[in-house]
Design a protein around this ligand. Structure first.
Ligand code: MRU
Length: 321
């Protein structure tokens, strides 16, 4: 498969005896595959961000669990080690629950296909929010790499672009690991969508200059009241967008909706190694923040466009058939 190929099976797949991942730590400079031959190796790949993005880590965990079943691993231990890999994205536990009843390669592959189908449905709903000539801003990477194919926020941008509604995308670089500058820009380049990478700190300035019509992001966990955890910096963007009267849209599948978590205050926030920020001084590194529902103009799932009050408008997560 060639360079820039973002077919779902190129991003991640289950082979005989291994989960194979496109190593996102090496992008965009190198396209290297990583073979994980046990649940513990898949968990390590999730923990170290070889695979990242809420739906993609759910799919990877599903593949890891099916691999563990095939290898005759202790499935309780496999569940535990995969679940513990990262705390904030609820998709990880959701996917493991889907696989628990049917830990087969077929079910894991179907789950992957279903997540990509959800992205396409979300994109179709979300593009209705775009007017002609929209200049959007996005944060982190909520593209095909993050969802196992097509993308959530980037999927929405993609659909709007194909419909002739999108003029340009500003891409936050997304400190400290640069998922925007490395991954989103790489995806937009491959899709031929006009874009410019900006320092995270430039977003409010460009909003004030009238260069942003909407902010579009993904999500790692959406609480029952609509409070939404996403990559650190999203909350600041939401505050700046509200100040400038710019709508912020969250595009995420129902596998990201956590009806069991009442509000954002109960969402566990991952604290990563401070060395990702600076190896020279002591550093704090919260990887996610929570955007209050009141700052979100709409949440788009595969079911449709949902508006406040989210307690009643958000759909329930889908479960295994
Ligand atoms: O730490 P990461 O790179 O896994 O964080 C990812 C994000 O915050 C994404 O915006 C989110 O998972 C949505 S992905 C469709």
């Amino acid at each position: 498969m060639g360079r820039g190929n973002l077919a779902p099976e190129r991003i991640l797949r289950l082979e005989a005896g291994a989960v194979v991942l496109l190593d996102q730590r090496r992008l965009p400079d190198e396209e290297v595959e990583l073979r994980c031959e046990s649940a513990a190796e898949v968990a390590e790949a999730i923990r170290t961000l070889a695979v990242r993005g809420a739906p993609a880590i759910g799919i990877a965990a599903g593949y890891g669990y099916a691999l563990a079943a095939e290898r005759g691993e202790d499935l309780e231990e496999a569940y535990r080690v995969l679940e513990a890999a990262r705390p904030t994205a609820v998709n990880l536990v959701w996917a493991l629950e889907q696989l628990r009843a049917d830990p087969t390669p077929e079910r894991a592959r179907t789950l992957h296909e279903e997540e990509v189908a959800r992205c396409r449905a979300m994109a179709a709903h979300a593009s209705a929010l775009f007017g002609a000539g929209t200049r959007a801003l996005t944060h982190c990477n909520a593209g095909g790499l993050a969802t196992g194919g097509y993308g959530s926020a980037v999927g929405a941008l993609r659909a709007a672009w194909e419909e002739g509604l999108l003029a340009h995308v500003l891409v936050d670089e997304t400190r400290p690991l640069l998922q925007g500058a490395r991954l989103t820009a790489w995806e937009l380049e491959a899709l031929g969508i006009p874009h410019a990478v900006i320092a995270d700190a430039a977003a409010a300035h460009l909003m004030a200059k009238g260069e942003v019509d909407c902010v579009v992001t993904g999500a790692d966990r959406i609480a029952a009241n609509g409070d939404t955890a996403n990559k650190i910096g999203t909350y600041g963007l939401a505050v700046a967008a509200a100040h400038h009267g710019i709508p912020l849209y969250v595009v995420a599948p129902t596998s990201t909706v956590d009806a069991a978590t009442p509000t954002g205050a109960e969402i566990p926030i991952e604290e990563r190694d401070g060395a990702e920020v600076t190896a020279r001084f002591h550093a704090r590194n919260p990887a996610f923040d929570v955007t209050p529902a009141a700052l979100i103009a709409a949440i788009v799932t595969e079911v449709g466009v949902h508006r406040a009050p989210y307690e009643s408008s958000l759909p329930q997560p889908v479960h295994a058939a």
